[in-house]
Design a protein around this ligand. Structure first.
Ligand SMILES: [Zn+2]
Length: 59
């Protein structure tokens, strides 16, 4: 599986947070943590989960 990257910006965020991992699932966990710490969003909504899957690009 090729590595993928996800930027908070591509989810509408305003910071420089990014994650690189080797699967879409690997993005959800750290992104959920980031939403919790940075935006005080305790859990990802279904809409956010959907958005996480959409803008992923291969690196
Ligand atoms: Zn952010």
């Amino acid at each position: 599986m090729s590595p993928v990257a996800f930027a908070c910006r591509s989810n509408g965020g305003s910071c420089e947070w990014t994650v690189e991992t080797d699967s879409n699932e690997g993005i959800l966990q750290p992104f959920a943590e980031h939403q919790k710490c940075a935006y005080h969003v305790p859990v990802l909504s279904d809409v956010q989960r959907h958005q996480v899957a959409a803008p992923i690009r291969s690196v």
